[in-house]
Design a binder for this molecule. Structure first.
Ligand SMILES: C[S@@+](CC[C@H](N)C(=O)[O-])C[C@H]1O[C@@H](n2cnc3c(N)ncnc32)[C@H](O)[C@@H]1O
Length: 293
């Protein structure tokens, strides 16, 4: 293989389509129960003496708390939207905290919407099969919105941020918890670029936005009071759970004599490259972004 082909191969990042995202989540969502009994499909937030480093769900649920603390939704007669809601783990957590709130989640995956709604019975929550870049919510109608590890599927695109701004009532907030690049894609060194491309392929991500570009986009769209926090060190303890969770998942499958499906392998690969990318702290960071309309 000549050097040009190697370079092209390393650069090859299968750009994600909604079909790929749907296939991935329709088939791999059940695996996440192994990651979180509460079906949190994200990393956690570690606070010494408050969360338990050995109990993953305490950190994952703390991430939910951190998002709601920044969102500051009105406690009643209000509607909050979860943009890219997974199985509704964060919604259930939020509704236990604010039982009089209404939270609507949107996801591309029919499996997540059907199964997630079963888990929201008797709660003020509802999941809809919609695209967060083009929702059916009326403009200026929503009291708060958040996106946890979901906008990365759309490369933290201008369209996704703009849609969040459109649906929010003036004065209400968008909170994003996600990994971002600290530089442009073309500035990554070859090792970082390889991890990044494998991460995107594994998890069907369109790419991670550059945090500085996302900041500029938020300003251009009209958000104000934009607050960007690098929480990489808070997130790291839960990322370190990845190898143990991965080995446990594979062993369980072997013991139960179950085959590991292609989308599950993709998920495992995405998780391992998330861990490797996380080690390259000059290029990648995990942030909480809060912005007000
Ligand atoms: C890693 S999961 C995170 C789920 C959830 N936020 C959580 O933390 O548990 C990513 C979610 O984003 C959703 N998603 C990705 N692209 C989407 C899009 N364009 N519109 C709506 N949902 C999308 C997926 O269906 C999935 O539910």
């Amino acid at each position: 293989m000549n050097s040009y082909t190697i370079f092209e191969k390393l650069k090859e990042k299968s750009s994600t389509t909604n079909e790929k995202i749907i296939k991935f989540y329709d088939e791999a969502t059940e695996d996440y129960e192994f990651w979180s009994k509460d079906f949190n499909m994200h990393f956690g937030y570690y606070i010494p003496f408050k969360t338990n480093f050995l109990k993953r769900d305490t950190m994952l649920n703390q991430m939910n708390d951190q998002v709601f603390d920044r969102l500051q939704p009105p406690k009643q007669n209000a509607v909050v939207v979860d943009l890219g809601c997974g199985m509704g783990g964060t919604i259930r957590h939020g509704l236990r905290k604010y039982p009089l709130l209404h939270i609507i989640g949107v996801s591309l995956s029919n499996f997540q919407v059907t199964e997630g709604n079963k888990r929201l019975k008797n709660m003020n929550g509802l999941l809809l099969e919609e695209n967060f870049c083009d929702t059916t919510f009326a403009s200026n109608s929503i009291d708060g919105t958040y996106a946890i590890e979901s906008f990365c599927h759309a490369g933290h695109s201008f369209d996704a941020l703009k849609e969040a701004h459109r649906i929010l009532k003036p004065g209400s907030r968008l909170v994003i918890a996600d990994a971002f690049l600290k530089k442009e894609e073309n500035e990554l060194c070859i090792g970082d670029e390889y991890c990044y491309n494998q991460l995107c392929k594994g998890w069907s991500l369109d790419g991670l936005g550059n945090i500085n570009t996302v900041h500029k986009h938020l300003e251009r769209i009209g958000f104000k009071n934009i607050h960007i926090e690098d929480i990489s060190f808070r997130v790291a303890p839960s990322v370190l759970h990845v190898p143990f969770a991965t080995i446990g998942f594979i062993l369980k499958k072997i013991l139960k004599k179950q085959e590991i499906q292609p989308q599950s392998w993709k998920n495992l690969k995405g998780s391992l490259f998330a861990l490797l990318s996380g080690l390259h702290m000059k290029s990648f960071g995990y942030y909480l972004v809060t912005a007000e309309k």
